[in-house]
Write a new protein. Structure first.
Length: 137
């Protein structure tokens, strides 16, 4: 792909229904498992795949709108519903914010994980969009 999608995980929501909790990791030898359960819904591989699928779809939308040699870069947080529709977005940083609505329209709907916890966590991720790279970052 001729675009780079940089996924910045700034805040992931603990997987316990719709409530956000302050994650607590207990030092008892199971820290890695606890971390995976709290932040990746107990499935790091599935969560990573879900992030890559959403990021790829956003990258495709960016390429359709901006092309593969655009000098612009944006970081956005999106909110996805259970059907994969991008129902809201927050522009974190962007040197061409006018392109974002069209990019999101091109990208929507995005792939949705069946696991509701993963969907909620993905809604807490910032996605970086840019062109001109031969690989994803």
């Amino acid at each position: 792909m001729k675009f780079g999608v940089l996924i910045l995980v700034v805040l992931l929501v603990a997987c316990s229904g719709n409530q956000r909790q302050t994650p607590v990791i207990v030092a008892d030898g199971t820290e890695a498992e606890q971390f995976e359960k709290l932040f990746f819904c107990g499935d790091l591989e599935g969560f990573t795949k879900a992030l890559a699928d959403v990021g790829s779809k956003l990258g495709d939308g960016w390429e359709q709108v901006e092309g593969d040699d655009s000098p612009h870069e944006c970081t956005v947080r999106i909110n996805i519903d259970e059907a994969g529709n991008i129902v809201a977005h927050e522009i974190v940083t962007c040197d061409k914010p006018s392109a974002i609505p069209e990019v999101l329209a091109e990208a929507s709907p995005v792939p949705v994980p069946e696991n509701k916890c993963m969907l909620e966590s993905i809604n807490g991720v910032k996605f970086g969009l840019n062109s001109g790279s031969d690989s994803n970052s």
